[in-house]
Design a protein around this ligand. Structure first.
Ligand SMILES: *[C@@H]1O[C@H](CO)[C@@H](O)[C@H](O)[C@H]1NC(C)=O
Ligand SMILES: *[C@@H]1O[C@H](CO)[C@@H](O)[C@H](O)[C@H]1NC(C)=O
Length: 296
């Protein structure tokens, strides 16, 4: 049963070669799948390289139970399966793996980065769903998204000891904000890879230890005229909270919990790929089982 379902979906996905369906944004289904494959290649390399680097002893030394590494191996195998799945669907159009550089130096920092990457993966699929035209691809993408969400939850809670979720709703990220985060780990790609209609924004940071309700210094390289009013926009669940940037500072909205993505935009109402000029920064506001912010 299982094999035939996968075969069916791959067969449906393969139609992408024959009939690219374009939506208004100019992003066709093959492009969305290649965008997803770009992320899956990255995650696949991330787990493969880290597990080759850190053996069971290294995990134990870092304070993890021995089965934690085995579970990470399962997660890595899922990412390899996602690569396989999307690659066979895209056929000759499939984008190839790049070279990467991941900033971890032990199983602890690897687990922290895993939490970030899985979270970005979830938000990438959530945000890209609107660009998928074919219902069969949408079902396949939802299936991958659900698995990525389970990974994200397991790493954040069981491994890293925090909450397995940020709230009732997860965050949809835009194509460019996802690409911005992914690009920071990509060092070079095959020149033959299909060009994707995405770009990376400049980085932004919000001070040393931003906390909800505090005022943070917003650091970024602006690409617009100095007189342009700018806004820090905080993505939480399905909402965006806008905070004006004045004299290089912005108030971090109070009440934020869990993972929040923050960008700089020229728009005072809604941030999107057309008006974001920097970011996203990934902010994390850990909270306890009573839903209260944990302060250090
Ligand atoms: C990846 O790095 C290797 C070793 O430096 C290099 O030979 C190869 O061309 C690179 N591949 C890509 C896709 O940039
Ligand atoms: C912000 O974006 C909205 C929706 O796209 C648009 O109607 C509005 O004019 C924009 N505002 C500014 C200041 O650009």
């Amino acid at each position: 049963m299982r094999t035939s379902f996968i075969t069916l979906v791959v067969a449906a996905l393969s139609a992408v070669n024959a009939q690219p369906v374009k939506r208004d944004g100019g992003v066709d289904d093959a492009t969305v799948l290649n965008f997803a494959l770009t992320l899956e290649h990255l995650e696949n390399a991330f787990y493969r390289e880290a597990l080759a680097k850190y053996d069971e002893k290294a995990f134990e030394k870092a304070g993890f139970h021995s089965w934690v590494r085995d579970r990470f191996a399962q997660v890595g195998a899922h990412e390899a399966a996602h690569v396989q799945f999307l690659s066979s669907a895209l056929g000759s159009q499939a984008t190839q793996p790049c070279n990467y550089s991941f900033p971890h130096h032990d199983p602890k920092s690897f687990a922290a980065l895993s939490q970030i990457l899985e979270g970005v993966g979830v938000s990438a699929y959530t945000g890209a769903a609107q660009f998928i035209s074919n219902k069969d691809y949408l079902t396949a993408a939802a299936s991958v998204l659900a698995t990525e969400a389970r990974h994200a939850s397991w790493v954040a809670s069981t491994v890293n000891g925090g909450s397995g979720w940020s709230g009732a709703l997860d965050i949809p990220l835009t194509l460019n904000t996802v690409y911005t985060l992914a690009a920071s780990f990509i060092t070079s790609c095959p020149s033959t890879n299909p060009a994707l209609p995405v770009k990376a924004f400049p980085a932004v940071s919000f001070g040393d230890k931003p906390t909800p309700g505090s005022t943070a210094t917003v650091t970024f390289t602006s690409t617009v005229e100095a007189s342009t009013p700018l806004y820090a926009v905080f993505f939480t669940g399905l909402s965006q909270i806008v905070s004006p940037i004045q004299n290089g500072k912005a108030v971090i909205p109070s009440g934020l919990l869990g993972t929040v993505y923050a960008v700089v935009s020229t728009n005072d109402t809604i941030a999107n790929d057309g008006n974001i000029i920097a970011g996203p920064a990934i902010l994390d506001f850990p909270f306890n089982a009573q839903g209260q912010l944990i302060t250090y």
